[in-house]
Design a binder for this molecule. Structure first.
Ligand code: BTN
Length: 279
């Protein structure tokens, strides 16, 4: 008889190769409103760096920009990690990109899929979203008290179980491969990758993360449209700056630094007949 694929602390710690993340404290919940909400609460109460909150299901899974995160029982990974980085708050965006790199690498090491990241922190397969990250920060004066890095990934969700409103834009590991995956195994890999990149971040700051993010994102030179907080930006992506912000060249040639937004690729117009191969 096979054991059920649960995310119990003992399952997660079995073979977990980290020093801090997931070692001292794992809060396991069969059902919770949101792992990020709980992680923020226990971080305020003093939970140590590396504490994780993990759930089998979320009733009010939170997405970016006030959206919700589909969190059915036993099918995905819903996890929040508490970090206490000693860097200025302005550098927190770098941790968002760090988490996206860790999640993308974890997926790549379990499945041979064309995984990519979309700025700042969506993880895609074949243009569809498979995982997302929601980072929330508490400041104490002008320093960071803690950062909660919430990550959700659609693992064993059958394609037909994805809600109709996201079916065209979302996918899961099992929908892409036709296989089922050990959620505990995938979660361990993510925690190990996250700790590895966080250690490097403390030693060498953002540059190595930026390099890896750019490798996985393959977005430089692409034409994009970005729905920002109060306007739409259009242009060509030219860089990610040292803080993790997106640098866009507008059609007029001006450079803009985008702090937040939803990016979509602008399809190039069809090539005129006879000009194939010149793009
Ligand atoms: C997004 O892409 O919009 C971000 C989704 C983040 C979802 C995860 S699931 C675990 C953690 N708890 C939450 O309530 N949200 C994050």
């Amino acid at each position: 008889m096979s054991t059920p694929d649960l995310l119990l602390p003992a399952e997660i710690r079995d073979g977990l190769k980290t020093f801090t993340v997931g070692q001292e404290r794992i809060d396991y919940c069969a059902v919770i409103d949101s792992t990020n909400v709980r992680a923020r609460m226990i971080a305020d109460e003093g939970a140590p760096e590396g504490t994780i909150v993990v759930a089998e299901a979320q009733l009010k899974g939170k997405g970016r920009r006030g959206r919700s995160w589909f969190s059915p029982a036993g099918q995905g990974i819903y996890v929040s990690v508490i970090l206490r980085p000693q860097v200025p708050p302005a550098e927190a965006t770098q941790l968002v990109l760090m988490a996206a790199v860790a999640a993308a690498e974890a997926l790549l090491s379990h499945a041979d899929l064309p995984v990519s990241v979309k700025w700042p922190n969506d993880i895609l397969v074949g243009g569809k979203k498979i995982a997302g990250i929601l980072t929330e920060m508490r400041l104490d004066g002008d320093r960071i008290d803690h950062v909660v890095i919430g990550m959700g990934v659609n693992v064993n969700t059958p394609a037909e179980s994805l809600p109709p409103e996201i079916r065209a834009i979302a996918t899961s590991l099992s929908a892409e491969t036709g296989r089922t995956f050990s959620r505990a195994g995938l979660l361990r890999t993510y925690l190990e990758k996250l700790e590895g990149w966080y250690t490097l971040f403390r030693e060498r700051r953002f540059e190595p993360i930026r390099g890896r993010w750019l490798e996985i994102a393959r977005i430089i030179g692409k034409s994009v449209k970005i729905a920002g907080v109060d306007r739409i930006y259009e242009g060509e992506v030219v860089d990610i700056d040292p803080n993790g912000f997106l640098i866009l060249k507008s059609p007029g040639g001006a450079l803009q630094r985008i702090l937040a937004g939803d990016v979509s690729l602008v399809e190039a117009p069809p090539l005129p007949a006879g000009s194939e191969g010149f793009r």
